[in-house]
Design a protein around this ligand. Structure first.
Ligand code: GLC
Ligand code: CA
Length: 541
């Protein structure tokens, strides 16, 4: 088929995100590492994974778990060496698994040589490499994503510098051509030349801040600092910058980019980044829920807990429901580590001391100071962290029911606590359970998705009953006769749904073991779905 030939390689893949600190520890120091990842390549291959995306494994003081990079061309030593990355890239050729890295170039660490030089004096040649300002008052009232002000006064240079994240993460000045060239060289070409296949591009739409800094409107009167993304998100030169990045670097490799695109709910704006004729990014992640005036900004709770039910009775069914949904939606499938076994959020009983993430910890501290430790306020903070906090998805991967969930042999345990339920939710157990497990279900969904790729990956999407908030019903069509219908119950009560009008829909897979039996006795198009039940039908296949 000619359209299939013209398709870029990354459209059909299943990509698995690895959080290196929490995936697998190979040397017993309690922290995951690159050899640990290498030791599980066969596990990923068996699951049906085509691409691995590793969150930042570069040299870093780890103020923001590696999103504060002090040297793009080195690996954080506890994770391994550049050599270990080369071994991983080699595995790509051997097992046909591709590799993409995180490109974090809105900011560096304050320990990066560029920043150290830049701040050393006002006439340093690299002075202009970061966004700074010489006035003695904070230039604007902008709030950092990690609480508090986004401007930091630097005694050394006598000026303020901007940090939209932690104060140890100064924002680079993308207006400066030399800075851009250095980024392309050090953060991109260095790794592309070694054979990596592309990048997930961190907060890609906030590089261009404009030249005039203005105060943000006051939406949270309790604080001086205010969310200001309306000024720096999707700034005036961002498209020009991305075109340059393609012309100078990406076009010379068959590299994929997937941009993280916060603050951009308007599909027209999204298209400006991914339109095929004006290639800036291959694809994007959209997160419309990522700003909250209360502080916690990045929505990264576990999907089972966030969108379905992690109660003992329904968490397995819920994890399969999400697999059914993700496995049949159009577009490239991204999967987060542990999702394939249905890992869930941190237990509600865990106190703040068990949390590690700078965003969670700063949010808690800021609210404690602001409210004089008002217990009701702090309880609210803990409740929101338990749902949205980034720590939820950073707990060690649960490989076995044994000590430390088989993640590490370290005597003192892993760097962050293992989930209390690792005895019940772990890979070893699900491998033993086979097809009926969440892992078995994911494998089956990924296989089905690949078998019917024209329909499930590329087919045209149609939504049905869209005003019903408890159910999600959609159809997929491919140019021929093939159709898919997907009916999902996103509630803890029974719901009735109507199958789309397709000729001869045939039940394929559902998340209740007895669904196939029940189907035989059903006439017509109405289906009664049990709590969190989902089914996929194919027609004309
Ligand atoms: C993005 C990442 C997050 C990181 C931040 C700063 O939001 O997803 O993990 O803290 O960028 O680089
Ligand atoms: Ca280790």
């Amino acid at each position: 088929m000619s359209s299939a030939v013209a398709r870029p390689w990354w459209k059909d893949v299943v990509c698995y995100q690895i959080y290196p600190a929490s995936f697998k520890d190979s040397n017993g120091d309690g922290l995951g590492d690159i050899p640990g990842i290498l030791s599980r390549i066969d596990y990923l291959k068996d699951l049906g994974i085509d691409v691995v995306w590793i969150s930042p494994m570069f040299d870093s003081p780890q103020v923001d778990m590696g999103y504060d990079i002090s040297d793009y061309e080195r690996v954080y030593t506890p994770y391994g060496l550049v050599n270990d990355m080369e071994d991983l890239i080699y595995a790509r050729h051997q097992r046909g698994i591709k590799l993409i890295l995180d490109l974090v170039v809105n900011h560096t660490s304050d320990q990066h040589a560029w920043f150290k030089e830049s701040r050393s004096s006002k006439d340093n040649p690299r002075r202009d490499w970061y966004a700074e300002d010489g006035t003695r008052l904070p230039p604007t009232n902008w709030r950092s994503y990690f609480s508090g002000q986004a401007w930091e006064y630097d005694e050394q240079s006598g000026e303020y510098y901007l940090h939209l994240f932690a104060k140890e993460q100064p924002d680079l000045n993308w207006e400066n051509e030399e800075t851009r060239k250095a980024i392309y060289h050090s953060a991109m070409r260095f790794w592309l030349d070694k054979g990596v296949d592309g990048f997930r591009v961190d907060v890609v739409n906030i590089y261009s801040k404009g030249v005039e800094f203005k105060d943000a409107p006051i939406v949270d009167p309790r604080f001086y600092e205010q969310p200001a993304w309306c000024y720096y998100a999707n700034g005036s030169r961002i498209h020009e910058i991305l075109r340059e990045m393609n012309a100078e670097v990406l076009n010379h490799y068959d590299a994929v980019t997937v941009g993280e695109l916060p603050h951009t709910p308007d599909p027209k704006k999204v298209l400006e980044y991914v339109g095929a004729s004006d290639k800036q990014l291959s694809m994007v992640f959209q997160s419309t829920l990522s700003t909250s005036a209360r502080g916690a900004s990045t929505n990264q709770g576990r999907s089972v807990s966030r969108f379905a039910s992690d109660s003992p009775a329904y968490r397995t069914t819920s994890a399969k429901l999400l697999s059914l949904m993700l496995g049949s939606l159009t577009g490239t499938l991204f999967h987060y580590q542990g999702q394939e076994i249905g890992m869930i959020n941190i237990p509600p009983t865990w106190p703040i001391d068990f949390y590690r993430d700078i965003e969670s910890v700063n949010f808690y501290k800021t609210m404690a100071a602001q409210t004089q430790k008002d217990p009701a306020e702090l309880e609210y903070v803990m409740r929101s962290l338990q749902i949205l906090g980034r720590d939820n998805a950073r707990l060690p991967m649960q490989w076995t029911g044994g000590k430390h969930a088989g993640f590490t042999d370290c005597e003192t345990g892993p760097w962050t606590r293992v989930h209390d339920l690792y005895g019940e939710i772990n890979v070893e157990r699900q491998v033993r359970e086979g097809k009926g497990s969440v892992l078995g279900f994911w494998k089956r969904m990924i296989r089905l998705r690949k078998e019917h790729a024209e329909l499930l990956v590329h087919g045209a999407y149609e939504g049905f009953e869209i005003e019903d908030e408890k159910t999600f019903v959609f159809g997929k069509r491919e140019s021929g006769e093939k159709r898919a219908a997907v009916v999902l119950n996103f509630s803890g009560e029974e719901q009735e749904v109507e199958l789309p009008v397709y000729e001869g829909p045939v039940f394929q897979v559902g998340n209740y073991g007895d669904a196939a039996e029940k189907e035989k006795s059903i006439e017509g198009r109405i289906r009664r779905l049990r709590p969190w039940e989902g089914r996929l039908y194919l027609a004309g296949c």
